[in-house]
Design a protein around this ligand. Sequence first.
Ligand SMILES: *Cc1c(COP(=O)(O)O)cnc(C)c1O
Length: 389
Amino acid sequence: MKYPISTRSASLTPSLTLAIDAKAKALKAEGQDVVGFGAGEPDFDTPQHIKDAAVAALAAGFTKYTPSSGTPELRQAVADKFKRDNGLEYKSSQIIISCGGKHSCFNVIFATCQEGDEVIIPAPYWLSYPEMVKLAGAQPVILPTTDKTEFKITPAQLRAAITPRTRLLVFNSPSNPTGSVYTPEEAKAIGEVCIEKGVLIMSDEIYEHLLYDGARHQSMASFSRAHYEHTVIVHGLAKAWSMTGWRIGFLAAPQPIANAIDAVQSHSTSNPTSFAQKGAVAALNGPQDHLKPWMAEFDKRRQYAWDRLNKIPGLSCVNSKGAFYLFPNISGTGLKSTDFCARLLEQEKVAAVPGIAFGADDYIRLSYATSLANIEKGLDRIEKFCKGR
Ligand SMILES: *Cc1c(COP(=O)(O)O)cnc(C)c1O
């Protein structure tokens, strides 16, 4: 049998992060002492009151279909969150609950883009964005940046990339994989170019609460009425509440876009897991005091790792201002990222993600969502690896 494989699925690049992860896990299973810097999730447990709410929902039989776009209770809790944290007014009909922030991104791209459309994605980017754009039949247009500008695009660079075919700008601050954060002034100016050119912005704000060194986040939708009308905010519970496995994300959109996404979701996944939605209500409406100690811990690790990285021959690293990643430049080692990471894993049993996965081949991504002891051990090994070159 000649199996049918669609051009759409055949055009996808399989996830390099998952490949590295699989290799590291295989080595671990052989009993090797592997240090993993690959994690894209916090190493803290979900706060207890959130788990309790989901358990109580299960016990009470809350196990049936909910409305496709989420329970009214959770959509209202999300609307309240945007009011409380961002000063934004959304009706609950403008809020869609999806199966993770990744699914929210997919829904936005799928509902707004098609063949012949272009989507502008600044690099380094979260690796799923360009693949989602390809799945929708549209064309990713990558805007490269470097550590010299803290991986930020300029309004002029954006303006030059916009064509009559441009439908969407993907904007992600704080950023995965670089940890860079646009100042409110910078973000506002990027938004103004999109308003002038009639381009919609998908603003992925999932790391909004994970900030360091006094960095400030202001939602793209909050700068003016026009910004609000040109922005879809994508967000989720995964990172700031450590709920990656729960698969609950959300978005806030202008009403016509929310309606289109509602239709897409109603014919694909239907509702996100009912009792996970109850946990999400508890997460959003409950106490937020878990975050402060988590951030203190992340910050300690970040400072330690950043300091060490800049003392290693061949490496240089701008410090991250958000999320939980560092993105060191490895060009001084003479290696490109895939080679660097493959040899590092082979020789020193350290797993890192090659920057090429994020569209930046002179860098690697290190996640500091792992213990300080692991970070110390891993950096000793990276130092040995680079000194030996
Ligand atoms: C983790 C992450 C998401 C969402 O992850 P989910 O687990 O699907 O909620 C979205 N955007 C970025 C940039 C992320 O790093």
